[in-house]
Ligand binder design. Structure first.
Ligand SMILES: Cc1cc2nc3c(=O)[nH]c(=O)nc-3n(C[C@H](O)[C@H](O)[C@H](O)COP(=O)(O)OP(=O)(O)OC[C@H]3O[C@@H](n4cnc5c(N)ncnc54)[C@H](O)[C@@H]3O)c2cc1C
Length: 482
């Protein structure tokens, strides 16, 4: 066996995903003595198996949906034909292009900054990488990401018929049928895309929850919308999975009846597990919570009062790409400048699910506001009758805006509706700027646009706060349908 190499490093980053790459860049402002350890393939989860390939699949699904929907506008398209191989070919090719950018970026780093292998702690400052290298690190950034969480019994029962998102984007062709277990963001996005691409799907949810919305009025609406959009068993109970040859047999109870359906594959979208459980954290001397997650401060990324920082999905806090990048910058900067650890303000929470209609959450959620016992008011708009949404036949869903009583300060928003990705950005920027409802209403609104719905919700909100008049119904000075 080859002897173990020993290294001494100032800053060591575990994981070369989005958080690790941005931590690397930030640490370089303080020291060149940086090493990034990566156990898997370079290219990042976002580009290889996450944000980008899922959005590529959704884009293909949107194209198919547009053709199906065309007759509603009096436009007859010829018979829809979906070439599964061509769909997957484009997804893989574009995915490889995005992945290539991340791989190129790492290849440009000095060789001394990269090491391949699985890192684990031997002591607070000591890391072992596979069986080949031992490192003494002054400071460490944990940026190890997350992986799909799959009940082990399902693997035993289904073997290679069980898929996670990582597997989907390597398909050469679209499959015949897929059972999607999990009605969260990943499950809904992939299931709806596959459904629109002609794959027979059924989504299995738990307890009736569909998507991340916490506002009871919107959560109910969202469930209704997606139940209509695709086969969805939101309250599947006693889910039983077995394999018969190459067929996955799913049996479940719903509304008192037992159902059985057969699928070619089962896609588990049952949540993500932070990759901190294979780091031997028990040797690191770090404070851990009851789930074994390091206890850290989000504005410094520092774990306890230690020399170890954590960023990205690994901290199980805000498992989103822009947050991973931001946390990587914070962790890298603070690991580089340690012990002069600095506080970096965080941006307003913003999350988007790319279903149709899209789902988005901004600032403080309804659940958080309610739990905090804050006095807040709600203003809402339904998109069902909203002018531009009707014109485009995307008139589904609603938006709820929340603001503080007394000040009118915007606190947050939840929505399921058309162009939620754009409305959510406008609102997140407003919340972060510290806008009040009056500030939001003082902005220009073009006509006819979906943003006019935000104005309607803001007027309702102003009224609910007792800060303005009863909104005029069908106010024609705003333009028809605003
Ligand atoms: C299907 C899907 C769709 C998504 N869509 C979106 C979206 O639309 N928008 C959005 O904002 N977010 C989305 N996300 C989430 C987003 O992809 C993640 O939040 C982000 O990629 C996390 O980046 P990261 O740097 O924390 O982890 P990663 O990019 O996963 O990097 C972690 C790296 O650490 C390595 N590693 C792990 N353990 C070790 C070890 N012990 N030693 C050495 N290396 C190790 C891993 O191999 C990996 O390369 C999606 C995720 C999925 C799965």
């Amino acid at each position: 066996m080859a002897p173990i190499r020993t290294l001494e490093k100032e800053v060591v980053i575990i994981g070369a995903g989005t958080a690790g790459m941005s931590a690397h860049r930030a640490a370089l402002a303080h020291t060149q003595d940086v090493l990034v350890i990566e156990s898997g393939a370079y290219g990042t989860t976002c580009a290889r198996v996450g944000c980008m390939p899922s959005k590529l699949m959704i884009a293909a699904a949107d194209a198919a949906h547009g053709v199906r929907k065309a007759p509603a506008f009096g436009v007859e398209a010829r018979e829809l034909h979906i070439d599964g191989q061509a769909v997957m070919q484009r997804i893989r090719a574009e995915r490889d292009r995005f992945t290539g950018f991340a791989i190129e970026a790492v290849a440009e780093w000095p060789k001394a900054h990269r090491l391949q292998g699985h890192a684990r702690f031997l002591g607070p400052h000591t890391l072992q990488v596979d069986e080949h290298t031992r490192i003494e690190a002054q400071r460490i950034v944990i940026a190890t990401g997350s992986r799909s969480r799959v009940p082990p019994a399902w693997r035993q029962a289904l073997g290679d018929r069980l898929l996670v998102n990582d597997d989907v984007f390597d398909w050469q062709d679209l499959p015949d049928s897929v059972a999607v277990v999990g009605a969260g963001a990943i499950g809904l996005e992939l299931a709806q895309a596959l459904h629109r691409l002609g794959v027979r799907v059924r989504v299995f949810g738990k307890g009736g929850k569909v998507g991340p919305l916490t506002d009871p009025e919107l959560a109910g609406r969202s469930r209704g919308i997606f139940e209509q959009a695709m086969p969805l068993s939101a309250k599947a109970e006693d889910l039983d999975l077995r394999r018969e040859g190459d067929v996955v047999v799913v049996t479940w109870k719903e509304n008192g009846a037992t159902h059985t359906e057969r699928f070619a594959w089962l896609l588990a979208a049952t949540g993500r597990q932070a990759n901190v459980d294979q780091l031997d954290l028990q040797h690191a001397g770090l404070p851990l919570d009851d789930k074994g997650q390091p206890v850290f401060e989000p504005c410094t990324a520092r774990i306890g009062d230690s020399h170890v920082f954590i960023a990205g999905d690994a901290n199980a806090d805000r498992p989103l790409l822009h947050e991973a990048a931001a946390e990587g910058r914070i962790a890298g900067d603070n690991a580089g400048r340690y012990p002069d650890v600095r506080v970096h303000p965080r941006t307003t929470p913003l999350s988007i699910v790319f279903t149709d209609p899209q789902i988005a959450m901004v600032g403080q959620s309804h659940k958080r506001l309610t739990e905090a016992g804050k006095p807040f008011a709600t203003g809402s708009v339904s998109f069902e009758d909203q002018g531009r949404s009707r014109v485009r036949l995307v008139n589904q869903g609603a938006l709820q805006l929340y603001a503080e009583h007394g000040s009118g300060l915007l606190l947050g928003a939840e929505m399921v509706g058309p162009e939620a990705e754009h409305l959510a950005h406008l609102l997140a920027w407003s919340v972060q700027r510290g806008d009040t409802v009056a500030d939001l209403l003082a902005m220009p609104y073009y006509h006819p646009v979906i943003e006019e719905g935000v104005r309607t919700a803001a007027r309702e909100l102003r009224r609910a706060l007792h800060m303005g008049p009863e909104p005029v119904k069908r106010c024609i000075d705003c333009g028809p349908g605003a």
